[in-house]
Design a protein around this ligand. Structure first.
Ligand code: HEM
Ligand SMILES: *[C@@H]1O[C@H](CO)[C@@H](O)[C@H](O)[C@H]1NC(C)=O
Ligand SMILES: *[C@@H]1O[C@H](CO)[C@@H](O)[C@H](O)[C@H]1NC(C)=O
Ligand SMILES: *[C@@H]1O[C@H](CO)[C@@H](O)[C@H](O)[C@H]1NC(C)=O
Ligand SMILES: *[C@@H]1O[C@H](CO)[C@@H](O)[C@H](O)[C@H]1NC(C)=O
Ligand SMILES: CC(=O)N[C@H]1CO[C@H](CO)[C@@H](O)[C@@H]1O
Length: 318
């Protein structure tokens, strides 16, 4: 993070909720590209017909992009001269959704060329995905005005939480970007949709692994399902593609998939436990907090003003 970004983030962190919008605005494209949302939505509706997991993929991509040098679409850059792509780094090798984002970009360029950044398209696509997966119709007001980076930071991917991190490390990675315990619990609720490879949690099959408890029946089901480390398993077996608060009831029942999921509820004395209980008992509290935390996530160190550029092609700098 450069000093400018650090100061922006520090200001952002100390300001009261709602005051932190780092120059982004919900009305940024109202006159220059009023149709951007409907165009993006059309592409996503179509993509979801052949890939019901597309929303999960895009929400995760947005998270990973924002954790590394802020929400600047740096993750979308392919390897090139002077670009050491973030795509090739371990946390990102299973990130997908790039081609649908390219389709949105192409469609948006057709109606308002050179106006909408790739970073904004990612943030918008994540919000639309939540509504298409069964969350609220308009789950939060997407803030716009981000510009795209001209660099990638492959070593910066260390800032992305790993399923093998201990709880203190996961928490630090969130607080490092200004996200508090409520944000961490709310955003982790995205694990109510999508899939994970068995190799990201099969260390938990050793029944002596005491780092986070697991329901023995759930463990047996997973052992049966996990024929290889690459096998994909639903985060939420009940409604795998439905954006709801099942994630939290699963945690209460020791049915969190990753160790890092179960930590939120099973770390003795943790301030995250009452938040899990709150979201388990009220889906609307979860939805409200998820929206607020997604706005905070989307506000991490954006490039604005004359910084960065509006890429013509999300995969390469202009
Ligand atoms: C608490 C720290 C987190 C850890 C350790 C973590 C880790 C993981 C892992 C290991 C996977 C499976 C990847 C694979 O099999 O290669 C995954 C998938 C996913 N993550 Fe997270 N994650 C975290 C937080 C988040 C947050 C904050 C979001 C979004 C706001 C998110 C959204 C997703 C989604 C939607 C999927 C499913 C993607 C798909 O189906 O392709 N995760 N995560
Ligand atoms: C753009 O918006 C206008 C007004 O809402 C609408 O009539 C038109 O069909 C839209 N075009 C596209 C491509 O979505
Ligand atoms: C890359 O990310 C790391 C970790 O977040 C950070 O320390 C470093 O300053 C970043 N490098 C650049 C060039 O932005
Ligand atoms: C758990 O520990 C016990 C006692 O050390 C050992 O006998 C048993 O094999 C272990 N179980 C697994 C699954 O490793
Ligand atoms: C949690 O902490 C309390 C007080 O320190 C202790 O009595 C209890 O056994 C702990 N529970 C677990 C599951 O570790
Ligand atoms: C954080 C994370 O998911 N790391 C995994 C990324 O992918 C490689 C191999 O594809 C795994 O070895 C890592 O554990």
């Amino acid at each position: 993070m450069n000093s400018f970004q650090y100061i922006a983030l520090a200001l952002c962190t100390v300001s009261i909720f709602g005051g932190c919008n780092a120059q982004l605005s919900a009305t940024f494209y109202d006159s220059t590209c009023p149709n951007v949302s409907s165009v993006a939505r059309g592409i996503l509706v179509q993509a979801r017909q052949t890939d019901v997991r597309i929303g999960a993929k895009i929400i995760r991509l947005h998270f990973h992009d924002c954790m590394v040098n802020g929400c600047d679409a740096s993750l979308l850059l392919d390897d090139a001269d002077g670009i050491d792509s973030e795509k090739d780094e371990p946390p990102n090798t299973t990130i997908d959704g790039y081609s649908v984002l390219d389709d949105i970009k192409t469609a948006v360029e057709n109606v308002c060329p050179g106006v909408v950044s790739c970073a904004d398209i990612v943030a918008l696509a994540a919000q639309i995905s939540v509504s298409l997966d069964g969350g609220p119709t308009n789950p939060w007001k997407v803030q716009f005005g981000r510009r795209d980076s001209t660099t990638a930071n492959s070593t910066g991917t260390i800032a992305i939480p790993s399923p093998f991190d201990d709880f203190a490390t996961v928490r630090r990675k969130f607080t490092d970007v200004g996200l508090d315990a409520t944000d961490m619990v709310a955003l982790s609720g995205a694990h109510t949709i999508g899939k994970a490879r068995c190799l990201t949690f099969n260390q938990r099959f050793d029944s002596n692994d005491s780092s986070a408890p697991m329901d023995p029946t759930f463990r047996e089901e997973l052992i049966q399902a996990c024929t290889t480390g690459e096998t994909l398993v639903d985060f939420d077996p009940t409604t795998p593609n439905g954006f709801d608060n099942n994630y939290y009831t699963n945690l209460q029942n020791k049915r969190g998939l990753l160790t890092t999921d179960q930590f939120l509820f099973s770390t003795n004395g943790s301030d995250t436990i009452p938040i899990v209980n709150q979201f388990a008992s009220s889906q609307s509290d979860f939805f409200d907090n998820f929206g607020q935390s997604m706005v905070k996530l989307g506000n991490i160190s954006p490039l604005t003003g004359n910084n960065g550029q509006i890429r013509a092609d999300c995969k390469r700098v202009n």
